[in-house]
Design a protein around this ligand. Structure first.
Ligand code: ATP
Length: 134
């Protein structure tokens, strides 16, 4: 059994992370889950949320926007609509996106509610994840 997990976080905009880690934790559509090396293989969907990986005593934080996690005994592949490392999040941009989404949700007409709600959730989660940067 491998003692490390090969983690890849891939988005249409590029690879956000690729490397060996000891453990990962993600926001699955059906609840938060963690993976250690040797886990049984499975595929699950991810919601907008925080994603973490541990390398030794260091924990790295990421924002992940929807997608899939493919888990194998020695590999975790995250395919997400978008994702950023905590330190790469532009907080001012997220705050502006939050304000735009809140304004849209305040209007009663001509609003794609689900789209505005998702934009708001992305912005709030990015702000939370950015606070974890070291
Ligand atoms: P915005 O309205 O600010 O574009 P969004 O939630 O619609 O935000 P996405 O569609 O999730 O943006 O992502 C588009 C691209 O922009 C991706 O590459 C994503 O990583 C990047 N991105 C979006 N918001 C931020 C941010 N606050 N900081 C850093 N990168 C961001």
């Amino acid at each position: 059994m491998s003692e490390k997990l090969k983690l890849e976080i891939i988005t249409p905009y590029g690879t956000v992370f690729s490397g060996d880690v000891d453990e990962v934790a993600a926001a699955g559509s059906e609840g938060d889950f963690g993976v250690l090396p040797g886990h049984a293989p499975y595929v699950t969907t991810l919601k907008i949320g925080m994603f973490t990986c541990r390398i030794g005593s260091e924990v790295k934080y990421f924002f992940v926007n929807w997608g899939y996690a493919e888990v194998g005994a020695d590999k975790v592949v995250i395919l997400a609509d978008s994702a950023e490392k905590a330190e790469d999040i532009d907080v001012e941009r997220a705050k502006a996106a939050k304000q735009r989404a809140e304004e849209r949700l305040r209007k009663q007409e001509e609003v794609d509610f689900a789209r505005a709600q998702a934009a708001l959730e992305r912005a709030i989660t990015r702000i939370q994840v950015a606070e974890k940067k070291r």
